[in-house]
Design a protein around this ligand. Sequence first.
Ligand code: GLP
Length: 248
Amino acid sequence: MSAIYRNSPLPRYYQLKEIMRERIRTGEWKPGDLIPSERELGEKYGISRMTARQAITDLVNEGLFYREQGKGTFVSRHKITQQLINLTGFTEDIQARGQRPSTKVLSAQMCPADDTTAERLRIEPGHLLFCLHRLRLANDEPLAIEFSQVSFMGCEQLLEEDLQQNSLYRLLETKYGLPLMEAEQELEAGLAGNEEAHILKIPVGSAVLFTRRTTYTDRNKPIEYAKSVYCGNKYTFYTQMKREQLLP
Ligand code: GLP
């Protein structure tokens, strides 16, 4: 499709979306490319700016485009992929996609472990942990909310760290000498509640992915139990599987 058909039963914004998708599929528009403005698209396809805006906004929401304030709208590098084979953190995942990670610390404090957290981190309930609530962004777009609970001897020193500017994993490994070796992670589909929707700037009831991760250091000691909520339309989780045994 390369033109918008007035007599088509398909709405015009939808036809424009298909045209733009095709440009990406064929490689005519490459990741990082600036796409034409609403006005240019409107003129080229004989549609209103409003219609062009609706098509662009939909593709931003689907993660195919991203906006940079004052600069325009660009083609994304693909949805962010969190591969479930190697243990990586948010900063690494986003950088691997050629995007710019950033963080807003919502709160950072010492708090007592509840029963589930205590079990995951193999400590007594009520034990004080470093609790970090962060909004994670890629190219200034909210992507996930993460609630990390960290336990190690001296973890209260993390209160002094600038976690807005620094990766937690990097700090733990390079400054605290705690190499992160493995993790277990559960994924669950869900819908954004009021608070999540507000922080992630998505409509209440949007699809989200909940993850729960326990991360271990080389001595097989759990160090972090993290609960995260990812925008469902901006993230892909990727895993590889090997068959251990063939069916008889
Ligand atoms: C992932 C994990 C979190 C972890 C974070 C570390 O997103 N789900 O459990 O805390 O990465 O990311 P960073 O090193 O960028 O702080």
